[in-house]
Design a protein. Structure first.
Length: 101
């Protein structure tokens, strides 16, 4: 179970003060004032997990892009040398990590 998505599900249901290790280990530090049930959390988690998984390509691209300093350096040298290495680098990341249809 993805802890980030699980935390997002609890927040979406109104939980504000909690710690979570997994679905069976949620500690509401406010005493679960919203009376959020495990079934509600599971249902919201499943809904949000679909959205999370549909955006995997975005996380993959973010990891694959050169850091911003390197991209700025590429752009500078492209302007100086009349090349397009920056565009090629970005296009490769997009090609290697396509957006789902």
């Amino acid at each position: 179970m993805n802890i980030d998505v699980l935390s997002e599900a609890i927040r979406a249901l109104g939980g504000t003060k909690f710690s979570v290790r997994d679905i069976d280990n949620i500690n509401f530090t406010d005493g679960n004032s919203k009376n959020i049930t495990k079934d509600q959390i599971k249902a919201k988690y499943d809904e949000l997990l679909i959205i999370h998984n549909s955006k995997q390509y975005q996380r993959d691209r973010a990891d694959a892009y050169p850091d911003l300093k390197e991209q700025l350096d590429m752009q500078y040298w492209d302007a100086v040398n009349g090349t397009n290495k920056w565009q090629e680098a970005v296009a490769k990341v997009k090609t290697d990590n396509p957006k789902p249809e």
